[in-house]
Design a protein around this ligand. Structure first.
Ligand SMILES: [Zn+2]
Length: 261
């Protein structure tokens, strides 16, 4: 959005404030930063809540939007092909709209995992007769919470949602690509049970894998070849077999981490 458009938008908002506000986190935080740069107060409009969805909401964005507009930010998960899946309550719980949707966390073979374990989020809709969604794979990684939310609602809660926007990786020649480009290489190998990719630098990428029955030389060669094809021929691909992929310190589950700025 141009400066002019942003000014216009802020003017409109002031002229006809609404109690709710919807948008992408990136767009709302952009508008908030602009208002702040202009020294324009926006926290006196009586906005009750800002709903954001479709993108990962970063903490800085939440703080920026909340501070500028003087309201809490409610995150929503879903909204793409699978429809809305979960909404954040005032206590911060991501409640699944379980009245008309079943959310399961499954492993690579599609077997449901218990609460607390990370796996792919699959959804089944109960109210879309004309276009059935049955165990639709979102490609996102999540963890179900087995506890009750402080807000008192009985709807189940998603503790963790990852993979909406996997980290980006950078090829040797500077090309920025989606982490999925690397994830798909390993996902397509049935012998690989789980994995983690860490781009240490432009020159080195580490790949940790957990395999079904041992990492063979052929498998390692194939992984190396495919990674080099995307990241660059000169890149050192270090493949290591481990027993289990540990969670991040934050308790999050990430397939790809890039330490390249
Ligand atoms: Zn709640």
């Amino acid at each position: 959005m141009s400066e002019q458009k942003l000014d216009h938008f802020l003017g409109e908002l002031r002229a006809a404030p609404s109690r709710m506000f919807f948008g992408y986190p990136s767009a709302l935080s952009h508008i908030a930063r602009h208002a702040q740069a202009r020294g324009q107060r926006m926290d006196d409009l009586g906005i009750k809540v800002a709903f954001v969805t479709s993108e990962r909401l970063y903490d800085e964005q939440r703080q920026q939007i909340s501070k500028t507009f003087g309201c809490p930010v409610a995150n929503g998960y879903g909204g793409r092909d699978a429809g809305f899946i979960a909404h954040e309550c005032a206590e911060g719980g991501m409640h699944i709209t379980a009245e008309d949707i079943i959310v399961e966390i499954v492993d690579r073979q599609g077997v449901p995992l218990p609460c607390g374990e990370a796996g792919e989020i699959v959804v089944t809709h109960l109210s879309t007769g004309e276009f059935p969604f049955i165990r639709y794979r979102t490609g996102d990684i999540g963890i179900l919470d087995d506890g009750l939310c402080r807000c008192g609602r009985g709807l189940p809660v998603l503790k963790e949602i990852q993979g909406h926007s996997p980290d980006f990786v950078v090829a040797r020649d500077g090309t920025v690509m989606h982490g999925l480009a690397l994830i798909y290489i390993l996902r397509d190998l049935p012998e690989i049970r789980s994995f983690k990719i860490v781009q240490e630098s432009l020159a080195t990428t580490r790949v940790c894998v957990v395999t079904e029955s041992g990492l063979t030389r052929e498998m390692a060669a194939k992984i190396e070849r495919e990674f080099k094809a995307r990241l660059g021929k000169e890149v050192d691909i270090q493949i290591k077999e481990i027993a289990e992929i540990p969670l991040e310190n934050s308790g999050k589950f990430r397939y790809v981490v890039s330490n390249v700025p």
